[in-house]
Design a binder for this molecule. Structure first.
Ligand SMILES: Cc1cc2nc3c(=O)[nH]c(=O)nc-3n(C[C@H](O)[C@H](O)[C@H](O)COP(=O)(O)O)c2cc1C
Length: 184
């Protein structure tokens, strides 16, 4: 089973990175293959809302803005499951997460049951390293995204500084369970 673990913080050594590492460990422990993608190392710009709001995404299910999105989109299509880890910024996913997820949703949501993510399990993790607030609104946004692309919300996990110790254990366990479930 091929799991894409997307992390979306500029910080290579923070809470988001620790959560992504825990997810990768869980996948590997269960015998899956994990590909970690750090969105902040890629060049993925925001959706340009081409033409009158929809570009090629609506009918061709491709994004016409050429950057690193295209190669990542191809890898997303091939994957069996996903972990999306984002820092909480203003109670929302980070800018790099939003840019990528917005464009992916535009390409995949119009496909309905033919979405590349249809029925595939997704874990969402919201890492709130500041006040610890905004985890739920951030996860709510991820949940809506999962519904729009017709994937399956395997788990949505809020993490802050105080819960970090036991939530890293939970993220590892959830990723492991997600892989084990698909191998049954
Ligand atoms: C623009 C911005 C907005 C933030 N908003 C929140 C917030 O709403 N709630 C919170 O707990 N932390 C907030 N933080 C703190 C981040 O969640 C914290 O830095 C988190 O640990 C980022 O992940 P990292 O450790 O991987 O960098 C914010 C940070 C930035 C830069």
């Amino acid at each position: 089973m091929n799991v894409i673990v997307v992390s979306s913080s500029p910080n290579k050594d923070g809470l988001t990175a620790a959560c992504a590492a825990a997810a990768v460990e869980g996948v590997l422990q269960a015998g899956g293959y994990a590909e970690e993608i750090r969105l902040n190392d890629l060049h993925i710009g925001r959706c340009q809302a081409c033409d009158n709001g929809w570009g090629k995404c609506l009918n061709d299910h491709e994004c016409q803005t050429q950057d690193d999105f295209q190669s990542l989109h191809a890898r997303v299509r091939q994957a069996d499951a996903y972990v999306i880890v984002t820092p909480v910024y203003w109670g929302e996913p980070s800018e790099s997460a939003k840019a990528f997820l917005d464009r992916l949703r535009r390409c995949e949501a119009p496909r309905g049951r033919d979405s590349s993510l249809f029925g595939k399990p997704v874990m969402g993790v919201a890492a709130a390293g500041g006040s610890g607030g905004g985890m739920i609104t951030c996860l709510s946004s991820l949940e809506r995204w999962i519904q729009h692309v017709q994937a399956r919300p395997f788990d949505l996990i809020p993490v802050n500084r105080w819960s970090k110790g036991y939530k890293l254990v939970a993220i590892r366990a959830a990723a492991q369970a997600m892989v084990q479930e698909s191998m049954r």
